[in-house]
Write a protein that binds this ligand. Structure first.
Ligand SMILES: Nc1nc2c(c(=O)[nH]1)N[C@H]1C(S)=C(S)[C@@H](COP(=O)(O)O)O[C@H]1N2
Ligand SMILES: [Mo]
Length: 159
């Protein structure tokens, strides 16, 4: 089963599966209460980070898809409220919802408005890496690039 790897500038890098995330406290039973229109249950990013112990040097968080094709890197401080959706009806979050692990930033700006935007809501999340310098970021940077991005096969907006 796919696992979520959390590594980089942390004291105890480790991987989490459904059961490990389910066992943490700070569960969010209904994602739609934080992010209207989105379904499923989630765990707070902070609860996951507590397990690995970020080092003081960590300033950026890079969120990478399992296939390695998509990656966003944003200041750690800006995503304190971030959540990882991983559960739907007590089973793994399905792929059509960005599962098995999907990052969401509540109340985030629209695409291309500021450094942290909805483009950083990484689907099919496979790796979280903390670092001192900004990491790999392939988010589209212009409205045109964004338009093209969403016309690539397999990158349509999800339900
Ligand atoms: N793995 C992956 N995550 C991704 C993307 C992608 O292409 N691949 N696109 C991003 C962009 S640019 C946006 S705007 C949002 C769109 O999410 P939605 O389809 O759920 O609305 O997903 C983000 N997460
Ligand atoms: Mo986007």
């Amino acid at each position: 089963m796919t696992q979520l790897h959390v590594e980089g500038e942390v004291r105890s890098p480790r991987a989490f599966g459904f059961a490990e995330l389910r066992a943490l406290s700070d569960q969010i039973g209904d994602v739609s209460r934080l992010i209207p229109g989105r379904e499923g249950s989630a765990i707070r990013l902070q609860a996951v980070l507590e397990q690995v112990g970020p080092k003081e040097t960590a300033r950026y968080i890079t969120l990478e898809s399992t296939d390695g094709k998509f990656s966003a890197s944003v200041p750690l401080e800006a995503v304190q409220e971030g959540i990882i959706a991983y559960r739907f009806n007590d089973a793994a979050l399905p792929e059509n919802k960005g599962g098995p692990y999907r990052f969401f930033i509540p109340n985030v700006a629209e695409c291309h408005v500021g450094e942290v935007d909805a483009c950083a809501n990484v689907k099919f999340l496979g790796r979280i890496c903390l670092s001192h310098e900004k990491g790999r970021d392939v988010r589209p940077t212009s409205p045109q690039a964004h338009e093209e991005h969403h016309h690539k096969p397999g990158h349509e907006h999800l339900d």
